[in-house]
Write a protein that binds this ligand. Structure first.
Ligand SMILES: [Zn+2]
Ligand SMILES: [Zn+2]
Length: 272
């Protein structure tokens, strides 16, 4: 099994050095992990805000992952990165991503306009929002993020539900349109277990959404979104069961931005 969404203390809101996450993954018997720390923000404000590593730390992050790869041959270690998607930072992100040889890039929508809708400090702003409109805008941003072709994986692709806000109507049209764009753009989606640790208490994406993605044959990866070493591989028994129930019998990995499929053995759970 793989865990493709692992942060480190460089981002300013996670605990533990990269090596601690590797040791946790080896203890769990994972075959492969991918570091997916937050890409420096435009204007280099991420460190100060506790959201991402500083720009000058990016080469060190890359070197750390390369060194760990040599030190721990018993597990495959991939170099990923989680890049925020906002329409106005597209060219900045594009330029930064060319500087290093990532195995994969996860594109994540955490902002609608200036609003960090999933940030606990911004949660109160939900009170004045039209939830249906927020969902519409969110899925539109997901489609836009895929269309940039900057990303291999679209991260936690119903994060908008994090605090339990739900739309008043079925989203099927929006979901199908989104799945169609994902297919055209060749991206995978992530089954991210961190939602189970958030107010919504649900994996990202939900079973209903994952079924739509399966119908459009969108590949999946697995990620814990670990921000502490003990979160590595967390709830992966639930994630693999969800994938199997939605009809998936394969997952994918990435190397040098090339996707490869593997058989999903949902019966082989890891102990965590
Ligand atoms: Zn984070
Ligand atoms: Zn994220």
């Amino acid at each position: 099994m793989i865990d493709y969404h692992i942060h480190t203390n460089r981002c300013g809101h996670a605990d533990g050095e990269a090596v601690d996450y590797v040791r946790a993954a080896i203890n769990l018997g994972l075959d492969e992990i991918g570091f997916n720390d937050h890409l420096p923000l435009r204007g280099d404000s991420g460190k100060e805000l506790g959201l991402a590593m500083a720009l000058n730390e990016l080469p060190d992050y890359v070197n750390d992952v390369m060194e760990l790869r040599k030190s721990f041959p018993e597990i495959r270690i991939k170099l990923g990165v989680e890049a925020d998607y906002t329409p106005d930072t597209e060219s900045y992100t594009k330029a930064l991503l060319t500087k290093h040889d990532f195995d994969y890039v996860t594109g994540s929508v955490h902002y609608i306009g200036e609003w960090a809708f999933d940030h606990p400090g911004e949660r109160k702003k939900w009170d004045n929002k039209d939830v249906d409109l927020v969902y519409k805008e969110y899925f539109e941003l997901l489609r836009k993020s895929a269309r940039t072709l900057l990303f291999d994986i679209i991260g936690h692709c119903d994060l908008v539900k994090k605090f339990g806000n739900r739309p008043s109507h079925e989203l099927l049209d929006d979901l199908e349109e989104t799945a169609k764009v994902f297919k055209e753009c060749g991206v995978a989606v992530e089954i991210n277990t961190s939602g189970l640790r958030k107010p919504v208490h649900e994996i990202y994406p939900s079973y209903e959404i994952l079924k739509v993605y399966k119908r459009f044959d969108i590949p999946v990866v697995f990620g814990s979104d670990a921000h502490t070493p003990d979160e590595v591989g967390r709830d992966f028994d639930k994630a693999t069961t969800l994938a199997a129930e939605a009809g998936y019998d394969e997952y994918v990995t990435f190397e040098n931005r090339t996707m490869k499929s593997h058989k999903l053995d949902s019966g082989k759970s890891i102990h965590c």
